[in-house]
Design a protein around this ligand. Structure first.
Ligand code: SF4
Length: 241
């Protein structure tokens, strides 16, 4: 039996995409070169963290954006972030945590949560993950949102994660799912779908399959259209195992 690997949403998502890719990236530890989309994502995450830090220090939102220095290619993302942070403060929320790294030893999970906001009037939290790509349906992201909720509630058992969502910085678009209770507040009311216990069962099933695959040490190739964008394609084509 292999030592139990601690999982993250990136590891679980990679395994779903292709078990062989999971092996190259996380078992063989072959590091992927960052492409332009990854670099953009890193830049936007760093600047969003800087903005949130300034706001948590008590600076006025208009001043923060007025004094912000950034590359002009980020203009759409900066305007998107301005809308996002204004939505937080004008709808009764405050920033609870930013880029927090959480380890949940009971569930063998870890991860970094981009930003968590808290309703000023209650113990409800909302998790947001930033994405720089085109807006897509929330169903694609349910697994990672479940993982974030598990992580947050393991660290803050007295608080409830009421909703979780993706914020697409370039388009200024939300995709939000509620964990059960639908509310009238700004963010919850934008939810188009819920996350139910069935979604958490799905996560459990994938995790069981992933650990079983590691124990069997056979990582099947998931051939498909994504192969042509895969960093590991060349070694994969030459690998007949
Ligand atoms: S080339 Fe395709 S099958 Fe091979 S690792 Fe990449 S995604 Fe998987």
């Amino acid at each position: 039996m292999t030592d139990k690997m601690t999982l993250s949403k990136s590891k679980i998502n990679t395994f779903i995409e292709c078990p062989r890719k999971f092996k190259y990236r996380y078992i063989d530890e072959i590091t992927e070169e960052a492409n332009e989309y990854m670099l953009l994502g890193t830049e936007v995450h760093e600047i969003a963290e800087e903005i949130a830090g300034e706001l948590m220090d008590g600076n006025e939102i208009d001043d923060v954006f007025l004094n912000l220095e950034y590359d002009e290619k980020l203009e759409d993302h900066i305007r998107g972030l301005e809308r996002f942070f204004k939505d937080i403060y004008s709808n009764g929320y405050e920033i609870f945590s930013v880029e927090e790294y959480i380890v949940d030893e009971d569930n063998d999970l870890n991860g970094i949560v981009d930003i968590v906001i808290k309703n000023k009037e209650s113990d409800e939290l909302i998790i947001f993950d930033y994405k720089t790509g085109k807006p897509r349906n929330i169903s694609k992201y349910k697994l990672e949102l479940c993982v974030y909720k598990i992580l947050l509630e393991s660290k803050y058992p007295d608080l409830t994660v009421a909703s979780a969502g993706i914020y697409f910085t370039g388009a200024g678009a939300y995709r939000i799912a509620n964990f059960g209770s639908v509310g009238a507040d700004y963010f919850k009311s934008q939810s188009k779908e819920d996350i139910s216990s069935g979604d958490f069962d799905y996560v459990d099933g994938v995790v069981d399959n992933l650990y079983g695959t590691i124990d069997r040490n056979y990582f099947k190739k998931e051939k498909g259209f994504l192969c042509k964008y895969c960093f590991y394609k060349e070694m994969c084509d030459e690998d007949f195992g």
